[in-house]
Design a protein around this ligand. Structure first.
Ligand SMILES: *Cc1c(COP(=O)(O)O)cnc(C)c1O
Length: 377
């Protein structure tokens, strides 16, 4: 590894959550070992995908599973699978979808941009996104109306930051699609902790990233009905060729899933809560800073820290503080989606204790001297 590569990595503290432009997550030693050892060997790729499928089925409660390059690729090949049902000739013909059902129904509030528009991931398969509802809400009736045409599938999204408008009735939507014989795909890229819940909702396929909270290498995990998963795998001989999982990604996903299954989730959650509580206590001692915990909006098992910044006392407003944190060494990245409301938001899940201490120290230096507890009453 070259010195500038190492420097680019060590200069960053990521309190933004599983953020793709910052390398998403850090993998455990077990995952790194699995990846390294796969790189050293030949393997039977079909056999590796079968092992991954077994591991993912046990992990998620779904009938079957497979691995592709990333969650974005998973969206494209899942849509391709819904259009072709795995027919070999059709698989080779895509993205020419002439004569195939191609109107993929997507709630308008889920037409997000996670680095590119999700509608492009749909169009890459040769499909046409049809947006249901409006920018503020999507009801079950809106879905039913949009499904009136010949739809290969309905795509729903679960995301803590990207979706807009009112929360949707997933159960009702899935039922409405079912009644019309239309399969439902849920993109829950960062929802690996909740993969069982999403499968249990009755979705035909659930997609999650291997590299987000699961801490695997970059990979797209697809679980769901066995026939549908087989149709996904069939895309490897079509548009999925450029979206296939590497042997090291599959090995890393299997290792990450094994680790997750061994995780004591109650103890993990307690440890996350303790980090948050300690951080908030320290942050509340800083002039112009009011700290509080806010549960993850999608129900992931941890809270975020919201820091309300009073610019009259803190020498920075929220947006200025985000910039100043990023401009220091190491660069500290926090969530900026609430700066309009005067808040910066941090996710501490991936941070080590020394990094949390460095973040508090930097915020203290930027907002001014720490107010002693006697002075603050
Ligand atoms: C991160 C994310 C993606 C893209 O995941 P990749 O694995 O980076 O392709 C897609 N959808 C949502 C909701 C995401 O959060």
């Amino acid at each position: 590894m070259d010195a500038s590569d190492r420097a680019a990595r060590s200069r960053i503290i990521n309190a933004r959550g599983t953020f793709t432009p910052l390398g998403v997550s850090r993998s455990s030693v077990a995952v790194r070992d699995a990846v390294a050892s796969a790189l050293a060997d030949f393997c039977d790729m079909d056999e590796m995908q079968r092992s991954a499928g077994d591991a993912l089925a046990a992990f998620s409660g779904a009938e079957a599973g497979t691995v592709v390059h990333c969650a974005s690729a998973a969206i494209t090949v899942a849509v391709a699978a819904a259009m072709t049902r795995g027919d070999a000739d059709l698989v080779q013909r895509l993205p020419d979808a002439t004569g195939l059902p191609r109107d993929v129904v997507l709630p308008a509030i889920h037409a997000v941009n996670y680095g590119h528009p999700i509608t492009q991931a749909i169009r890459l398969a040769g499909a046409r996104p049809v947006l249901a509802g409006n920018d503020g809400a999507c009801t079950t009736a809106d879905i039913a109306a949009a499904l009136a045409g010949a739809s290969p599938c309905c795509l729903l999204l679960v995301s803590s930051r990207l979706t807009r408008g009112e929360a949707m009735d997933f159960g009702g939507t899935i039922q409405a699609a079912r009644q019309r014989g239309v399969p439902v795909i849920i993109d829950g890229a960062a929802q690996d902790f909740r993969i069982r819940d999403l499968v249990a909702l009755g979705a035909d396929l659930v997609l999650v990233s291997g590299q987000k909270y699961l801490g695997g290498p970059t990979a797209g995990i697809i679980v769901g009905r066995a026939g549908f998963v087989a149709a996904v795998r069939a895309q490897e001989k079509g548009i999925g060729r450029g979206m296939k999982a590497s042997k090291e990604a599959i090995a890393g996903v299997i290792a990450a899933v094994r680790e997750r299954q061994l995780l004591d989730e109650t103890a993990w959650r307690t440890a996350q809560d303790a980090k948050t509580v300690a951080f908030i206590a320290r942050a509340n001692g800083l002039g112009g800073v009011t700290a509080r915990a806010e549960p993850d909006p999608t129900g992931l098992p941890f809270s975020r820290v919201h820091l309300a910044i009073d610019p009259a006392v803190a020498r920075h407003n929220a947006a200025g503080l985000v910039g100043a944190l990023k401009d220091g060494v190491p660069a500290i990245f926090v969530m900026d989606h609430r700066v309009g409301a005067g808040e910066i938001v941090l996710e501490l899940v991936q941070l080590r204790d020394d990094e949390i201490a460095a973040v508090l120290e930097r915020i203290a230096a930027l907002v001014g001297p720490e107010v002693s507890s006697s002075a603050s009453v």
